[in-house]
Design a protein around this ligand. Structure first.
Ligand SMILES: Nc1ncnc2c1ncn2[C@@H]1O[C@H](COP(=O)(O)OP(=O)(O)OP(=O)(O)O)[C@@H](O)[C@H]1O
Ligand SMILES: [Mg+2]
Length: 249
């Protein structure tokens, strides 16, 4: 459903993504983890066609991004790292706009929309988006993607700004959608989210995919015998000496 081959992104002389190969299978939830600045958002932007790779190839649903960009974009859903909603539109107008540009089947989408609004406690669709808090915008963004039930869903740190209940509902919904056949690619810094939700995890560090597999497979990579994802992540990304740093401060 998602395939990257030798994906590279250079910004001037700086190489943000340095040759990434990955595959995500149907119905999988793939967690993409890595420290700040590792290249997660840059990779997602290339996988979703908002950023052109310097080299390498992206295939989504078997189609090449450089050949079938519009068709791919019609079939995927993207929740970006920052919710971007036209401030002068009311929530309802924004959702109508999304339904129009994606040519969503109306009655099915509207009924899913009302269920999603109920689930996430969204009762502010008649207010202007400019008046929403960050979390309110984030929920609307998530709903605008989930109401379309796309076959492939990308989410860049989707739980940031969501309250505990909304984050839990999102986690359960993504699992349900994946069980029903959607494929999900998400980044998160909340390792407990990755540990609980993801079928496979890829860890990117300084633009390179340094480890990939199920949680059990990643545990095998630990030289220090770490079992929980937090310690494992810090070991694999070479950031494990936290205790010494705290001592020194
Ligand atoms: N438009 C750009 N121009 C120049 N450098 C960029 C640009 N976008 C990203 N970068 C650089 O590429 C690197 C990777 O950034 P990216 O946003 O992909 O990181 P990230 O893994 O998503 O980090 P975070 O966890 O903080 O969201 C960083 O060093 C960043 O400064
Ligand atoms: Mg990012």
């Amino acid at each position: 459903m998602i395939e990257a081959k030798g994906l590279v992104k250079k910004f001037g002389d700086f190489m943000a993504v340095r040759g990434i190969d990955l595959k995500v299978l149907p119905g999988e939830i793939y967690g993409f983890l890595g420290p700040n600045g590792a290249g997660k958002t840059t990779t997602i932007r290339m996988l979703t066609g908002t950023l052109k790779p310097s080299s390498g190839e992206v295939r989504i649903l078997g189609m090449r991004m450089d050949e079938s960009e519009i068709e791919i974009k019609r079939s995927i859903g993207v929740v970006p790292d920052e919710p971007k909603i036209y401030e002068n539109l009311k929530g309802r107008e924004f959702l109508e706009f999304i339904m129009d540009i994606f040519k969503c089947p109306r009655s099915e989408t509207l009924s899913r929309l009302s269920e999603l609004c109920e689930a996430f406690g969204v009762d502010y669709l008649d207010n202007f988006a400019g008046e929403y808090s960050h979390g309110m915008k984030q929920k609307l963004m998530v709903i605008s993607v989930l109401m379309r039930k796309p076959r492939v869903i990308f989410l860049d740190e989707p739980t940031v700004g969501l309250d505990a209940r909304s984050a839990k509902i999102l986690k359960l919904l993504l699992r349900k959608y994946a069980d029903e056949g959607s494929t999900i690619f998400m980044t998160t810094h909340v390792l407990e989210v990755a540990e609980k939700m993801c079928d496979r995890i890829g860890i990117i560090n300084e633009g390179l995919l340094i480890a990939e597999g199920t949680l059990d497979e990643l545990r095998q990579l630990s030289k220090e015998g770490h079992k929980n994802l937090e310690d494992l992540f810090l070991e694999l990304t070479g950031q494990g000496k936290v205790d010494e740093i705290i001592q020194a401060l």
